[in-house]
Design a protein around this ligand. Structure first.
Ligand code: NAP
Length: 274
């Protein structure tokens, strides 16, 4: 018998900024589950040693994965859900005692949650960005039957490669091109994050019924969301996806449903910690 608690954690480089321990810790407390959720700094050079060490630790339930490891971790985990092929990045690795590590991606499902909750029914979307989060979001959009997808990226060839890889017919344009009319605009770049320039788009081509979804969550109130509200558009912020992806991972690690009826309290806690 060990005197330590079972634990999951988030790994990344850097990792100090991660809000995942606050989210999972809040739910563990609310449900009175005797387990922990930590954050651990792991550099790219340290990834192999990290998994070797953790696999031998019977208390380890698995990890969430953030920048820059979401692609590299695919070398260490089995992939029963075909995430490698469909998304090309993993953000959740679960450990089964004596068994293989199982990799999945909860970013796509987490991104979808507020759209499904709100009964969003659009046909067209503009996705800004062609990085790791954009891969998961592209997959999520395709699952919603969004038939008209435009990727805007500073390197449109990178956006086109993402579309080709996902087998999605769409177009890729540059960040200085005019924004096309669309039912949904998603920012999946790091523009708007603390210390980064804002994402400066002229939103006038969007119809009044459009939704603007910024997945940046630090800060929560981005220039893009402010501009969208000034236009009277519906907005979704980065905490929606952050809490959604965490809830799916929580279920995997702790075999319990996150108490989503406490979202308002959780959002207040996360905002106060900004
Ligand atoms: P990433 O893989 O590094 O991708 C970043 C994207 O932003 C790339 O497309 C990059 O362009 C673009 N970009 C960065 N700086 C730029 C600039 N100065 N001008 C134009 N484009 C620029 O990062 P990620 O994991 O996708 O994360 C992107 C953002 O989403 C971050 O703010 C992250 O915190 C947020 N995020 C939020 C959630 C959530 O749950 N809410 C989940 C995941 C990520 P290139 O491709 O040309 O490099």
């Amino acid at each position: 018998m060990t005197d330590t608690l079972p634990y999951a954690e988030v790994i990344g480089d850097p990792i100090a900024h991660s809000k995942s321990p606050l989210i999972h810790g809040f739910w563990l407390d609310a449900l009175d589950i005797e387990a922990e959720y930590r954050k651990t700094h792991v550099t790219p050079d340290g990834l192999a040693a990290y998994f070797l060490q953790r696999r031998a630790d019977p208390d380890w339930l698995g990890c969430n994965v953030t920048i820059p490891h979401k692609i590299a971790v695919m070398d260490y985990a089995d992939d029963p859900g075909g995430v490698r092929e469909r998304i090309g990045a993993m953000n959740t690795i679960a450990s089964e005692i004596g068994g293989p590590l199982i990799g999945t991606n909860t970013d796509a499902g987490g991104f979808l949650q507020p759209l499904l909750r709100d009964g969003w029914k659009g046909r067209s979307a503009v996705l800004v960005g062609a990085g790791g989060a954009a891969r998961a979001i592209l997959f999520a959009l395709a699952s919603l039957d969004v038939t008209d997808i435009t990727i805007m990226a500073r390197d449109p060839a990178k956006g086109q490669a993402l579309l080709d890889r996902a087998g999605i017919r769409g177009r890729a344009i540059g960040l200085s091109d005019a924004l096309p009319a669309a039912d949904l605009l998603v920012n999946a770049t790091s523009l708007g994050m603390v210390g980064q320039p804002v994402l400066d788009l002229d939103l006038s081509p969007l119809p009044d019924s459009a939704t603007v979804y910024d997945i940046v969550y630090a800060p929560l109130e981005t220039g893009l969301l402010n501009a969208a509200r000034a236009r009277g558009l519906k907005t979704l912020d980065g905490l929606e996806m952050l809490i959604g992806q965490a809830a799916l991972a929580f279920d995997i690690f702790f075999d319990a449903q996150a108490p989503r009826d406490l979202d308002e309290e959780l959002r207040a806690l996360l905002t106060a910690a900004e």
